[in-house]
Design a protein around this ligand. Sequence first.
Ligand code: AMP
Length: 216
Amino acid sequence: MILIFFGPPGSGKGTQAQRIKDKYNMYHMSTGEALRSEVAAESELGLAAKAAMEAGELVSDEIVVGIVSNALNIVGGYDGIILDGFPRNLDQAKILDEKLEESDKKIDAVISLEVDREMILKRLAGRRMCQGCKTDYNVYFNPPPDDNECPKCGDQVICRKDDNEQTILDRLNVYENETFPLKEYYASKGLIHPISSSDIDSVFHECCKAIDSAKD
Ligand code: AMP
């Protein structure tokens, strides 16, 4: 099964994908996470991606398509793949279609997480993450301890570099101009499952319903 998690930054794609991957035994491919690991490792790819990421812009299609192609070739052990944060523009969507067609695969569902702008701003500005176990926190909704030591693994809870006010606004603009048009692209193929913002458990429940209906 191939699932796309679609939605603006801060819509909860990563949070839901984490839960869905466990329930459905799927491989979670987050292009943002993969790129952050490359940046942290100071690899050639990471160095090429860093400036665009810190500015809230899209990294080149060539780089992200390379990362996703590797993940698509993963076989065995999983019952599918979740694409989280990919595709982010029409060219990426078309390249994905071609790659899937070559290997006789298809997208089963595009889960569209819909959240209003005010909530997104709060989620992103307040977002924190443990750099060790990747547990999510939010200074407004689920604050980390005062000393920023993760209670789960003891590592530091940090703020992503691109979760500052200016970069958040830039990322939202990129989303509206380049990524949002994909909704129409996938709607025309009958693949979109819209899910309105709510608490994490309710959204998870709706995601499961959408996935189960796409499997039938
Ligand atoms: P995310 O964690 O999904 O919010 O992604 C963080 C950053 O990684 C984005 O702001 C982009 O700079 C870069 N990025 C992630 N996915 C893509 C993609 N599919 N295409 C281009 N850039 C991406």
